[in-house]
Design a protein around this ligand. Structure first.
Ligand code: AMP
Length: 281
């Protein structure tokens, strides 16, 4: 596996493969890799000649009150895992490489970044779309692999790709979970024993909500109320939001019909967890 930290060198490395018509799959990450990331990488390896993974903890997507310095890093283990998965290129830039002094250009997808996580993390998605747009220009992949775990992020990036005419196919893959249902996340290592055990309620509450919608409940307030009371009854988590929106464009729904995204964010201590479920009616 080649490891490159300069954008220019990464472009130079990939150029000959593209000239030969090789297809490139790309998996952007913030490192501390787990089975969720690896599922995306394996799919990319299956679909493409070349797989590129990036690891970059993007300072621009962390708010001033958020814990950029606290975000976990596991460089050695990550490199070992990527090597094992036979990734072709790890793009591992520094913050100065991606945002040199005097950096001024940002990408924003208006509207879609206002609800859900956008409301509790103002500016977060502007950071995400900016870094992903930059990475896509550097890697110029044929296919981009994203996780359903970050549902709003996937919708926003998909829209950016469409609106800005990136010639890239976006592939969104299912959320990989621990045996007890907790969605895998680099942040899970911060949960203490009690919070780790309580956090399983998120998947249980979402599963219950799915069942209720499938059995005919169309009132979003009722679904949200039931999820809220389950989380409050069985955990000490602080609810940041619970919403039922259109899975296609994140607009709010008066009646639960079509492709519905039930999304939530709950804080356990200082650790903010997100999870979601898609329901088709
Ligand atoms: P992150 O390192 O958290 O920025 O995530 C990098 C990519 O992995 C994003 O597309 C995430 O949606 C995806 N991802 C993170 N956790 C999971 C998971 N549990 N299952 C599937 N994909 C995931």
């Amino acid at each position: 596996m080649k490891i490159i930290s300069s954008a220019k060198s990464a472009q130079q490395y990939l150029h000959p493969f593209k000239l030969k018509g090789k297809s490139v799959g790309f998996v952007p990450t913030m490192g501390v890799l787990h089975e969720g990331h690896l599922s995306l990488i394996r799919k990319s390896r299956k679909d493409n000649d070349i797989t590129v993974v990036s690891i970059f903890v993007n300072p621009v997507q962390f708010g001033s009150q958020e814990d950029l310095s606290r975000y976990p890093r596991e460089e050695k283990k990550d490199k070992y895992l990527l090597q094992k998965e036979e990734v072709d290129l790890l793009f591992y830039p520094s913050a100065d490489e991606m945002y040199p002094k005097g950096y001024k250009t940002y990408v924003e997808v208006n509207g879609l970044d206002q609800g859900l996580c956008g409301r509790i993390r103002p500016g977060h998605f502007k950071g995400v779309t900016t870094i992903v747009a930059k990475l896509l220009h550097i890697v110029t992949p044929d296919r981009l692999y994203l996780g359903q775990k970050d549902a709003q992020q996937a919708v926003i990036i998909g829209k950016m790709i469409q609106d800005l005419n990136f010639p890239i196919k976006t592939i969104v893959r299912p959320t990989v979970r621990e045996k007890d249902g907790l969605a895998m996340s680099s942040r899970n290592i911060y949960l203490n024993k009690q919070h780790r055990s309580e956090a399983t309620i998120l998947f249980k509450a979402l599963t219950q909500a799915k069942y209720e919608i499938k059995s005919g409940i169309q009132n979003p307030s009722m679904i949200i109320k039931n999820i809220k009371s389950m989380i409050e009854q069985y955990s000490s988590g602080i609810i940041n939001y619970i919403e039922c929106v259109s899975a296609e464009d994140l607009t709010s729904l008066r009646k639960l019909r079509g492709k519905i995204l039930i999304a939530l964010s709950v804080s356990f201590g200082k650790t903010k967890l997100i999870d979601n479920m898609i329901v088709h009616t």
